[in-house]
Design a protein. Structure first.
Length: 265
């Protein structure tokens, strides 16, 4: 288990324990102090029903102190002090838990640990220099600027851009593909990971896995050899992107030539 996943697992476990602790704490406070207050203050200070006691507990435990119901006996005051002390601890701890939960959500988004919830999006497999050029081109292209972009990548640890969804992991993994909702994507771009000796073979392996889940979307694939013999073994055709042509277009047009490939859909 990775450090990030271990950290999230620990946070989830601690969160559940603390929530249950707070539930038990407030339950003890409510049952204990309202019972004592009811016994000590019944038929005094306009306390004629248990609803009045519940109202007193809420305004007392939250330290609002509305003032319409106040204890007149020593036992009632003791109940009030207990409700106030537990309330100060309990409510401040509750606010802290909520803030930690929000912080955890942002952390998971930045680290690519949350699944994407959507469809008809564009999936970009591997965040490389060419993929970065593609992202800029997709933003400015009329046909794609309003389509969600989901990046699957193992080469970076955090989300590259705030307007892109990020899934951290290897593109060949079925679990990672599911998190990216690759089966409902409208277009898929697969870029080479040059860490491998023969990146074309690894790239086509990723493509074959993608085709098992998505049978309709066009798949744009960066290849050194667009005539690679393994292309004939794929269940359907792809749209090859020769890396020499990609860099040539980037240098000549100052950006990824998205129109050249998108119109081949």
């Amino acid at each position: 288990m990775s450090k990030n996943k271990t950290k999230i697992f620990t946070l989830d476990t601690n969160f559940k324990k603390e929530v249950w602790f707070l539930i038990r704490l407030f339950t003890v406070s409510f049952v204990g102090t309202t019972t004592i207050f009811w016994i000590a203050e019944y038929d005094k200070n306009s306390i004629n029903s248990f609803i009045d006691v519940i109202w007193w507990w809420v305004v007392t435990s939250t330290t609002v102190g509305y003032g319409d119901i106040t204890p007149s006996s020593d036992l009632g005051r003791i109940a009030g002090v207990i409700a106030i002390v537990i309330g100060i601890f309990g409510y401040t701890h509750t606010i802290t838990l909520i803030l930690e939960r929000v912080k955890k959500r942002f952390y998971q988004e930045e680290k690519g640990l949350l699944p994407y919830r959507g469809k008809n999006h564009i999936v970009i497999c591997e965040y490389t220099a060419y993929a970065d050029e593609l992202i800029h081109a997709l933003r400015g292209y009329e046909k794609t600027k309003n389509i969600d972009r989901v990046i699957i990548g193992s080469l970076v640890e955090t989300r590259p851009y705030p307007d892109c969804h990020f899934i951290h992991g290897v593109s060949v993994s079925p679990v990672i593909q599911e998190k990216a909702c690759i089966d409902t994507a409208d277009a898929i771009f697969v870029f080479e990971n040059i860490r491998y000796t023969d990146p074309d073979i690894k790239t086509l392996h990723v493509v074959s896995r993608i085709m098992r889940k998505n049978k309709h979307a066009p798949i744009y694939v960066e290849l050194d050899n667009p005539e690679h013999p393994l292309l004939n073994t794929l269940p359907r055709s792809i749209i090859p992107m020769k890396n020499h042509d990609i860099i040539h277009a980037i240098l000549a047009k100052e950006g990824f030539d998205i129109e050249r490939y998108w119109d081949k859909k």
